[in-house]
Design a protein around this ligand. Structure first.
Ligand code: B12
Ligand code: SF4
Length: 557
């Protein structure tokens, strides 16, 4: 007989959108469960104790800057609830740092997109099945190592709604084809856009209007990319979306598009795009990502544009009646005083054109290529200048708070060096780059789950104990959130013809695990010339093995 499961959510205002997506997935999949929301640690503990359900699953979701505070809350909740409940942390931080999450006391880490994971997890608890069958988890083994189950699939966005019976922005695009090194989005959700269909968006809006709501907002990494697979906007698709949403709204309905959380890239701000938005949207501001006034820093950060489209974007947006709010990040790795001066100068120029500057301090975020990078020093003079802009009403933002986060994140990154798997010495692989090791402890689910890939890009085709082929992509998805694996996935190097037999070796090197480095990533060293890995890479890969963090010629925009 199925056991009753109570899902208790540590429900925090800061991260409701992701949680609403999980609850919507449970609901649309018809997974029976009791739901309780704890808005404080105490209330969460009360719910855990109060439920009569046989199994209690406690959901936690947080971004990296809150990881420490949440670990402290977890300890409180555990002690107040007498240790009852299975605690899982998911979301961007858990995806990037499952070992940290497990070490901090959670029973499980949710890795990647959570919809399929939560559905399978609740079902597994109901049926008392082993959690190793649930995709997208890291589970603590006897040695405290976070072992991963199979990867959670990255499904079309229409597979699940953004929310049901609740409200929030509608996620219209997931994943991002750009690869800004300070941002986790493409490394969390993949390097391609997945757009929600207009029909699905309309369904959300219809339901919201039915609940008496009139304002609609969207989540998308770059709003003018809606409907487009590539760098150029498809304004026809954007118009179809906006017109469809408008049709579903009452006459006093309002559409917010191009304002948070749906920013625009500067090169997408054209007179045509602005005229289109003006016909449909209610927002008077437009959020434009500039990030730096230094072309050198922009190139290093992989933004895919320089400063020139930023000036144009601000001018064009202002001419069409929008107040441009322009994002800047100070303290990016390698940034010099001259670069900062260039940013301040651009910020002041843009303010003169009517922009407000949204100022950020660089944070080495887990799950990004710059997780381990040293933030550049921001002298007091720069901070004072930012304060001056803020006092004039030309700048806003949490740059001081973020500077504190940056220090903590840098310390956490040092405490968890990315290159060395817990308990294992650095690999002796080709060029010393990366390692693949087998972990103790059998998962019944299949051999691939025992393969732990750590380190640089590893292209591997493997067979499990039964001689069944393990898809390389599956292996790499185990490493999801580690940017190297994502980089490989982005480049599509997943199908090398050679088989790699796991014959009980603890570690692979040479042709066993083919470590092919992304050529300009400072964290990654290429396989040594003449090694088996190098040969294997050369044979199949050169055109496909470029680092997707580096645009190929003609792709820059
Ligand atoms: C909207 C948003 C916000 C909103 C969130 C509002 C809300 N009520 O939810 C606000 C404005 C509060 C915000 C603030 C910040 N944000 Co923000 N934000 C975003 C944004 C644009 C969208 C997030 C979102 O809702 N996506 C849609 C949902 C469905 O996705 P999701 O939340 O990731 O949830 C999915 C999975 O993560 C997973 N999942 C989530 N929780 C759980 C839990 C369990 C148990 C499981 C199994 C799975 C699971 O399943 C969900 C469905 O697939 C992302 C960028 C992006 N495009 O993702 C940045 C992003 C999440 N933010 C980021 C950052 C850094 C911040 C700030 C620190 C910035 C700052 N100002 O200092 C603050 C910190 C706030 C805080 N205290 O936590 C980073 C996080 C990186 C990291 N490793 O921490 C991101 C990824 C952007 C980036 N630069 O890379 N943000
Ligand atoms: S910052 Fe760059 S990578 Fe991140 S969502 Fe925006 S465009 Fe995409």
């Amino acid at each position: 007989m199925a056991q009753a499961v109570c899902v208790v959510v540590r429900y925090r205002k800061a991260v409701t959108y992701g949680v609403h997506a999980l609850l919507a997935a449970l609901e649309t999949a018809g997974v029976e469960h009791e739901l309780r929301l704890g808005t404080t640690p105490e209330e969460t503990a009360e719910h855990i104790l109060a439920t009569g359900a046989g199994r209690v699953l406690v959901l936690w979701s947080f971004y990296s800057p809150d990881a420490e505070a949440m670990a402290a809350e977890l300890a409180t909740v555990r002690s107040l609830s007498g240790g009852r409940g299975l605690h899982i942390a998911g979301g961007v931080h858990a995806t990037a740092e499952p070992q940290q999450v497990i070490d901090a006391g959670w029973d499980l880490a949710g890795i990647g997109e959570g919809e399929s994971t939560i559905i399978s997890l609740v079902r597994a608890l109901q049926r008392d099945e082993p959690l190793t069958s649930v995709p997208g988890l890291a589970i603590r083994d006897a040695d405290g190592v976070a072992l991963r189950t199979g990867p959670a699939p990255q499904l079309p966005l229409d597979a699940f709604p953004s929310f049901t019976g609740r409200n929030g922005p509608i996620e219209i695009t997931r994943g991002c084809r750009y690869t800004c090194r300070f941002c986790q989005t493409p490394f969390m959700f993949g390097g391609q856009f997945r757009h929600r269909s207009v029909a699905s968006v309309r369904e959300h809006v219809r339901a919201m209007a039915g609940r008496g709501l009139r304002d609609v907002r969207f989540i998308t990494p770059t709003s003018l990319s809606y409907g487009s697979p590539g760098p150029d906007p498809d304004l026809g698709a954007v118009e179809e979306l906006l017109a469809g949403v408008k049709e579903e709204l009452p006459p006093n309905g309002r559409i917010f598009f191009g304002s948070f959380p749906s920013e625009v890239r500067p090169e997408h701000v054209t007179p045509e795009a602005m005229r289109l938005l003006k016909r449909y949207v209610a927002n008077d501001n437009l959020i434009i990502g500039a990030q730096s006034g230094s072309d050198r820093v922009l190139a290093a950060s992989g933004r895919g544009h320089d400063t020139s489209p930023v000036r144009d974007a601000v001018r064009i947006a202002a001419e069409h009646g929008f107040r441009p709010n322009v994002d800047f990040i100070f303290g990016m790795p390698g940034e010099t005083e001259e670069d900062q001066a260039a940013s301040l100068k651009l910020a002041a120029d843009l303010a003169d054109l009517g922009a407000r500057i949204h100022t950020h301090t660089f944070m080495p975020l887990p799950g990004t290529p710059w997780r381990d990078a040293e933030p550049a020093f921001i002298p007091l003079a720069t901070m004072t200048e930012l304060d001056r802009l803020a006092q004039r009403g030309d700048a806003y933002g949490h740059w001081r708070k973020q500077a504190e986060h940056a220090v903590r994140l840098a310390a956490a990154a040092k405490a968890y060096p990315r290159r060395t798997p817990a308990g294992a010495p650095p690999a002796e692989g080709p060029g010393g780059s990366g390692s693949v090791r087998r972990l103790g402890g059998q998962f019944p689910g299949g051999g691939d789950q025992r393969l732990h890939v750590e380190g640089v890009v590893v292209v591997v085709e493997a067979v499990d104990e039964a001689g069944e082929r393990i898809d390389a992509e599956q292996v790499l998805q185990h490493h999801q959130g580690g940017h190297d694996a994502q980089a490989v996935r982005g480049a599509g190097v997943l199908d090398l013809p050679d088989r790699v037999a796991q014959t009980g070796a603890d570690r692979y090197a040479g042709a066993d695990a083919v470590a092919l480095a992304a050529d300009d990533d400072p964290h990654v060293r290429p396989p040594s010339r003449g090694s088996a890995a190098f040969q294997l890479g050369r044979r199949d890969a050169p055109p496909r093995l470029r680092n997707p963090l580096t645009p190929t010629r003609g792709e820059e925009n």
